[in-house]
Write a protein that binds this ligand. Structure first.
Ligand SMILES: Cc1ncc(COP(=O)(O)O)c(C=O)c1O
Length: 390
């Protein structure tokens, strides 16, 4: 018999509605397919590690350095990067963070000036856009285009970017790899070409690789730092792949010397310190969570395929390419003529999706659906989405 922790089809609506987190609490009358949390309980190895820490009698200051690396979690991270990605890094170049977006904002704040441009692949994860705009920087967009020739269904015109940077210079390439919301996994050829563009135009690369462990074979995740080691800051977390976002823990690897020295000049307490439980959870996930990760990824792989057939049956005019990574489906609803924000209609029909326009102009007419749930609930969601509100 499959253990409940590995039986991702066993989640019930009653259990989800009783959970205290935002995803289901904020959608009392609807099915929740918005924020990027999975509907599953966290991996048992993580729960065990947290329980051991809680009952071990010491929740005082941990004996770790929190700015230059050296906690058990950074240690596990360094070891995992070598094992999974062939990416060999020095633990002294890591910095623990409270979350991924904090790392993005630290680097933008310290290494760019108001008015500087930041290259972003659009549609974009909304906090990318806020982080750039709210700090007075400007987005230089690289729009996604659907492409039958691309293995992921999506393509970006990097030659056009290269040419544009000659007349419209930028300071930073803020990469989301794998890409939220399209699920695009940048290939080795794309990463090499982006690294060359960054070199030619002196761009600092900030690469958010939080979804890396949710890459479906045959796609393969390669850190862009492999191709631009001295230009790149890479930010990672266990929170998406192992469903731990509330624990607030991330790691930034700083390959770019200018970022290291900019950070060194700022009082360390300004960045806060890592949370003991976040680090305990990340270490357990990265060292002992691979069996759970493989099981959840197999389930999500079935879900992304199931979504193809459910949409074909209930909403055939909605555009959808199964993502090459992530549990997020980017739905092109423009043929429905429901205006810029189709999530309004979906909510009236009883399913909460993420609002397309929040992902930038290319999000108009689109919505993002989170399919990290049971197959029965995914079916119910798409049936509701396709049924006019009564
Ligand atoms: C691409 C991406 N980056 C960052 C985050 C959020 O990470 P954090 O909560 O650690 O800031 C998410 C959450 O969905 C995400 O999709």
């Amino acid at each position: 018999m499959t253990s409940p922790a590995f039986d991702f089809d066993s989640v019930s609506l009653e259990w989800l509605r009783a959970k205290p987190g935002a995803k289901w609490r904020r959608t009392p009358g609807a099915l929740a397919a918005w924020v990027a949390d999975m509907d599953f309980a966290p991996p048992p190895v993580v729960v065990d590690a947290l329980q051991r820490a809680a009952t071990g009698g010491d929740l005082g200051y941990p004996d770790w350095r929190h700015i230059t690396g050296g906690s058990p979690a950074t240690d596990a991270f360094v070891e995992r990067c070598a094992r999974r990605y062939g990416w060999h890094i020095d633990e002294a170049d890591t910095m623990e963070l409270n979350d991924v977006v904090q790392g993005i904002q630290i680097v933008l704040h310290l290494c760019t000036q108001p008015g500087d441009r930041v290259v972003v692949h659009t549609p974009a994860y909304p906090p990318f856009l806020h982080s750039v705009h709210d700090s007075g920087r400007e987005v230089l967009a690289v729009p996604a285009a659907r492409s039958a020739d691309s293995p992921t269904g999506w393509a970006f015109d990097h030659d056009a970017l290269d040419a544009q940077l000659n007349s419209t210079p930028a300071k930073v390439l803020l990469l989301c790899h794998p890409h939220n919301p399209t699920g695009h996994v940048f290939s080795e050829a794309e990463l090499r070409s982006l690294a060359a563009i960054a070199e030619r135009h002196r761009l600092l690369i900030i690469s958010d690789e939080i979804h890396a462990d949710l890459t479906y074979a045959p796609a393969v995740h390669l850190p862009i730092a492999l191709f631009a080691p001295q230009r790149t800051v890479t930010i990672h977390a266990a929170s998406k792949a192992f469903n731990l976002a509330g624990l607030r823990y991330a790691i930034m690897h700083i390959g770019a010397a200018e970022v290291r020295s900019a950070i060194a000049q700022v009082p360390g307490h300004l960045f806060g310190a890592a949370n003991l439980m976040g680090a305990v959870a990340a270490e357990a996930a990265w060292r002992e969570g691979d069996e759970w990760l493989a099981a959840v990824l197999a389930h999500l792989d079935r879900q992304r395929t199931l979504l193809t057939s459910l949409l074909a049956e209930h909403m055939p005019s909605v555009g959808y390419s199964p993502p090459a990574a992530t549990y997020l489906a980017w739905l092109d609803c423009r043929s429905l003529s429901w205006g810029d924000d189709p999530s309004v209609q979906f909510l009236q029909r009883g399913v909460r999706l993420s609002e397309g326009p929040n992902f930038g102009d290319e999000g108009n007419g689109c919505a993002r659906l989170n399919f990290a749930t049971s197959s029965a609930l995914l079916r119910e969601m798409v049936v509701r989405m396709g049924t006019p509100a009564g």
